[in-house]
Design a protein around this ligand. Sequence first.
Ligand code: NAD
Length: 473
Amino acid sequence: MQRIDQHYINGAFVASHGQQLADLHNPATEAVIGQVRLGDTVDAERAIAAAHAALPAQAARSVEERLALLGRFRDAMAARRDDLHAAVLAEYGAPSARSRWMVEHPVQVIDDAMKVLADFPFQRSVGQAQVHYLPVGVAGIITPWNSNAAFICAKLATALAAGCTAVVKPSELSALQTHVVMQALHAAQLPPGVANIVNGAGHDVGAALSASPQVAKISFTGSTGTGRAILRAAADSFKRVTLELGGKSPTIILDNADADSAAALAVQAGFINSGQACVAGTRILVPEARRAEFEDALARAMQAVRSGDPQDPATQVGPMVSQRQWERVQGYIRTGLGEGARLLAGGEGRPEGMQRGWFVRPTLFTDVRNDMTVAREEIFGPVLCIIGYRDEADAVAIANDSAYGLSALVIGADAQRATAVGRQIQSGRVLVNTLQHESLAPFGGMKQSGIGRESGQWGLEAFLEQQTVMAAP
Ligand code: NAD
């Protein structure tokens, strides 16, 4: 049993003022594996004060000095790959391919931030004026549980690259991973107060960050509902916000696609991160003229998906993160059945032979209409819907008939035609015949999938303000 009692504030591990303890579970066994002490608003205020005091010096650091401190953070994370892997497996249960990625990605995103920083023009001439890019101030960083360490590293590295200081409120379900990041920050000997982490509940520590007048910006990844609450709380002090929120992403299979390879890619897109991915392609749009053929191919592709022990290399879908999440997914499967959707694979309950663990049967519905709850709401589990379309214009209309606009995938034999279809989708990211991700391109959502963009120069600019200086000649 691991007990995490301390926060990381002003360059030191400190005792918590908040005294409440929350259990940490292994989602594959349901066993309690540890406890985390939840901070409160006093802890949040201490961290904000430390970040505020450290801001002038961080803002004044040169690009070389910022690169040096980010390099130390990167190396400290790289040195803790084994610790992070153990934490990811224990408290999240990601299957092996995913858990390996969850260990490499935090290092990669710090590298990316350094690459962008090294080339970023912080001063530009426009006509007779000089434009300076200045750090926005103290950043509040709030992360979800589905890739906690990487989200902390990406947001924090970008904030520090911009010359900001930060207070991180990580997911309370990911305290083991967060602890590894805290240890890395400490080993990296960053200047005190530059990077602070406070464990705690969203309504408490998260809300304190969103409301504090000393916090200039919130960078949040999480659900659309929480994003809305943060936006409201941030309004009073006119905080800058970057909100990376939910999705209900469409996968459009065009009428010229090869059925088997399209089905394999569509299922893979739906089950990224065991279905607990904001970008998961959960609405699979197929042409009515070839519907039966695509349904068969998708049902066959589902048979190859193994849900179970995350340590087994054959497993693609691991457990849901918590009992609450498991019950939520079960509820949506019941709702789908109640609304008249037809099961092609999966259904309620655990996979056959499993009595314990928050495992879900990978589920595929067909006969889904785009106005059904299972097609409109983010389920955040391995539950996919097949929706038929008449022609390309109908496919685009269905894809766009959503509150969300985070990611879209188009699959077809003619890449040019597929790209042309993809360009019509109101989505921050469009993939064509691939699930590859470009980590230096802007990432973020349209509509209720978010505000602003992360990654690359766009991500850095989101932590900067422009100042135009015009002097008499
Ligand atoms: P969540 O919104 O419940 O929680 C996210 C974080 O916000 C947690 O740290 C939580 O403690 C905190 N929080 C909760 N209430 C708060 C409040 N009132 N004020 C401030 N902070 C508060 O989300 P989750 O369940 O942890 O994560 C799943 C969600 O995240 C899904 O909706 C998913 O789509 C989204 N997500 C989006 C992206 C993206 O890049 N767009 C990536 C991953 C996950």
